[in-house]
Design a protein. Structure first.
Ligand SMILES: Cc1cc2nc3c(=O)[nH]c(=O)nc-3n(C[C@H](O)[C@H](O)[C@H](O)COP(=O)(O)O)c2cc1C
Length: 384
């Protein structure tokens, strides 16, 4: 299969599996625990069946208005840490798709590309995701840098009080501190193009954070990162960051209506329903079920974003009909970049965009902004 014959995000994932080492693919593709959360995300999303309306003559408008801005498409690229491990330069490849097609890309605190570089490549479409540090000076500085880079949307991730139980990483020996043993060498040998490209580009680091620890080797920095993420994050910390940030604030990793209300009450502009793509709490509810429950509890006015196992434009529309104002994809773009570099990232974005248009047309919906639960099949388990 070549990249132009990849007909779905799943096809890109298959290509990626053969092109990159097992530990890198496992890191991207895997979930936590026995991956029940990952499976549940997918199964419940597929249960959100759409009810098409015939003969509406609709020529859909995919524009999504969010916080006074119009995005050409109703989906964006979720924050992904260690992205350049999956393919050298992957973060910028994804950021350039955001600029090309007009959707947001969220630069992660632990991205392997500096937030300033992602912002430049995304040409005004970058947001920033913060893992709250124990050290206030680091939080302050990261927010000041994001603002100076022209970023106006801040996403605070609240579902990583501790790293998830990633069993694929353990089995693939992809654990910190990283010690390349025979199994690692064998995995790299099976992926010669990745090995060569990674050798040429240099091993990926954490450029958003290096300045706070000076020039240190990767091992120390990895230890630094896990020791820095605030593991006792409380709503008061979020409130303090709200006071610090003048732009829009989103809280990512919300799964219950009670937490959604708390986040909005303390001044968040929107909430991002997510179980981290099944990578944190294995027993978490499916993202689409949380979305339905939270939309039902909060009503029409609240701004609700969502992610988790979105693999097609049809999935984006399922989430929209269930109550999402905007939808994000994490793995999809990186399967593309790992499968075929820039062309693969572009293929992923184009597949998603074309499928959103096709699906809205097929269900007879004139616009993303007009999509609501009226397009959900009434027996659908995910009805808000
Ligand atoms: C490899 C990888 C790295 C991730 N890194 C981050 C991160 O640094 N910050 C964050 O908030 N979420 C991170 N996530 C979670 C995504 O932002 C998103 O919630 C999740 O991937 C959505 O599910 P999907 O990949 O099935 O689309 C990561 C996900 C993956 C797959």
């Amino acid at each position: 299969m070549t990249i132009n014959h990849a007909a779905s995000i799943g096809d890109l994932a298959k290509l990626a599996r053969w092109r990159i080492p097992g530990f890198a693919f496992g890191f991207l593709d895997g979930g936590s625990g026995e991956e029940g959360g990952l499976r549940r995300n997918r199964e419940r999303l597929e249960a959100a069946v759409l009810a098409p309306k015939a003969c509406t003559g609709a020529k859909p408008d995919t524009t999504a208005s969010l916080f006074g801005r119009d995005y050409a498409l109703p989906f964006g690229a979720a924050p992904v840490g260690m992205g350049n491990l999956l393919w050298p330069g992957a973060d910028l490849m994804v950021a350039r798709q955001a600029a090309r097609l007009g959707f947001p890309v969220v630069a992660s605190t632990v991205a392997t590309t500096a937030l300033e570089d992602i912002a430049a490549a995304a040409e005004g479409h970058a947001w920033f995701q913060l893992y709250v540090s124990r050290e206030e000076r680091i939080n302050r500085d990261l927010l000041a840098r994001a603002w100076a880079a022209g970023i106006r949307e801040l996403v605070i991730t609240v579902d990583v009080p501790v790293a998830g139980d990633r069993r694929r990483d353990v089995r693939n020996r992809f654990i910190l501190p990283f010690k390349p043993g025979p199994r690692f060498v064998a995995q790299v040998a099976m992926a010669p193009l990745w090995a060569l490209s990674t050798l040429r580009a240099g091993s990926p680091g954490f450029p958003n954070l290096t300045r706070y620890v000076g020039e240190v080797d990767g091992k120390t920095l990895a230890g630094f990162i896990s020791s820095q993420i605030k593991d006792d994050l409380a709503w008061d910390d979020v409130r303090a960051l709200r006071d610090l940030w003048q732009g829009r604030l989103l809280i990512k990793g919300i799964m219950t209506a009670a937490d959604a209300r708390t986040a909005l009450d303390l001044g968040a502009d929107g909430i991002w329903v997510s179980n981290h793509g099944g990578r944190q709490l294995d027993a978490a509810p499916a993202a689409i079920d949380s979305l339905a429950a939270i939309r039902a509890a909060l009503g029409k006015e609240a701004v609700i974003l969502m992610d988790g196992s979105i693999r097609s434009g049809e999935d984006v529309v399922r989430a929209g009909a269930t109550g999402a104002d905007f939808v994000f994809c994490g793995r999809a773009f990186y399967y593309g970049a790992a499968a075929a570099g820039e062309g693969g990232a572009a293929r992923a974005a184009d597949l998603l965009a074309a499928d959103v248009r096709r699906t809205l047309t097929q269900i007879g919906c004139p616009s993303w902004m007009g999509l609501d639960e009226g397009w959900l099949w009434k027996e659908s388990g995910c009805r808000p």
